[in-house]
Ligand binder design. Structure first.
Ligand SMILES: Cc1cc2nc3c(=O)[nH]c(=O)nc-3n(C[C@H](O)[C@H](O)[C@H](O)COP(=O)(O)O)c2cc1C
Length: 219
C-alpha cells in the first residue's frame, strides 16, 4: 500500500497588508490587529506554538519576565470572561468574537539579585511581538489592547505583588469585515501606513534643526 501523504495548508491573512518602503518578511506585513474573527477555535497545539514563540524572545539578563494568563472560550471560559470583564467598553464591543483572550504580565524584579527590573515591560512587549509574528505565519492574528483595567485584572486573578499587568490581547482567525458595525468596518479597511524611515531612524545622531545642517546650507 502506498504511504499516505497528509498536507497541512496554512492560509495566511492577506487582508490589508502593510505597504513598506523597503522589503521585509511577509509575516511582518501580514500581521495586523483585526477586530473581526471567525468562530474557529485556536487549538491547544497552536497556542503552545504561539507561546513558545513568545518565550523565545530576548530579555534583560535572560530574566524572561513575561507571564501570560490565557482564557479560551472553548477550554477555559471562566478565565475568558474574567479577562473580558477587565476591558474598556470600546474594546468589549468587538472583542467578544475572538476565541482566545490573554493577559500579559511582567515580573518587576530580577530573580538573580531582587533589584527592580526596569526592562520588564520592554521584554514583555518583545515577547508579544514575537508571538504576533508567529501567529501571522499560522494565519492567526493578535490584537493588543491597553484599554483595560490593570487593577481589575490583578483582583480577578489574584496577581502576586511582584508582577504587573501590561496588556490584554486577542488571539483568533481573522473574520469577515462585513460582520463588524459600520464604523469599525471602516477602521478595519483603512489604509495602513507607517512613518517614513527618515522620521525615526537617525544615523549618526539626533537630527539637527534644518538651518544648522551643513548639507542643507545654501552654497
Ligand atoms: C500596547 C498597545 C495597546 C493597544 N491598545 C488598543 C486598544 O485598547 N484598542 C484597540 O482597538 N487597539 C489597540 N491597539 C492596537 C493599535 O491601535 C494597532 O496596533 C495600531 O493601530 C497599528 O495597527 P496594526 O497593528 O494593524 O498594524 C493597541 C496596540 C498596542 C501595541
Amino acid at each position: 500500500m502506498p504511504p499516505t501523504l497528509i498536507f497541512f495548508f496554512v492560509m495566511s491573512d492577506t487582508t490589508n497588508v502593510l505597504p513598506t518602503e523597503f522589503p521585509i518578511l511577509p509575516q511582518l506585513t501580514q500581521r495586523r490587529s483585526p477586530r473581526a474573527y471567525t468562530s474557529q477555535p485556536v487549538s491547544a497545539e497552536t497556542l503552545q506554538q504561539l507561546f513558545t514563540a513568545a518565550g523565545s524572545a530576548a530579555s534583560c539578563f535572560g530574566e524572561q519576565p513575561w507571564r501570560f494568563i490565557v482564557g479560551s472560550q472553548a477550554s477555559s471560559p471562566e478565565a475568558y470572561q474574567k479577562i473580558l470583564g477587565t476591558l474598556a467598553e470600546f474594546n468589549q464591543a468587538w472583542v467578544k468574537k475572538a476565541p482566545v483572550l490573554a493577559l500579559s504580565l511582567a515580573k518587576t524584579t530580577f530573580s538573580h539579585d531582587g533589584n527592580p527590573n526596569s526592562w520588564g515591560r520592554h521584554d514583555v512587549g518583545q515577547a508579544v511581538a514575537t508571538l504576533a509574528i508567529q501567529a501571522a505565519e499560522l494565519g492567526v492574528q493578535v490584537h493588543q489592547m491597553a484599554g483595560f483595567s490593570a487593577e481589575a485584572a490583578c483582583a480577578a486573578f489574584q496577581v502576586p505583588a511582584e508582577y504587573e499587568v501590561v496588556s490584554v490581547f486577542t488571539i483568533g482567525y481573522p473574520g469577515e469585515v462585513e460582520a463588524l458595525p459600520e464604523p469599525l468596518q471602516q477602521r478595519e479597511l483603512a489604509p495602513r501606513t507607517r512613518k517614513p524611515l527618515a522620521e525615526f531612524m537617525f544615523e549618526g545622531g539626533w537630527p539637527q534643526p534644518e538651518e544648522e545642517r551643513y548639507d542643507q546650507a545654501p552654497v
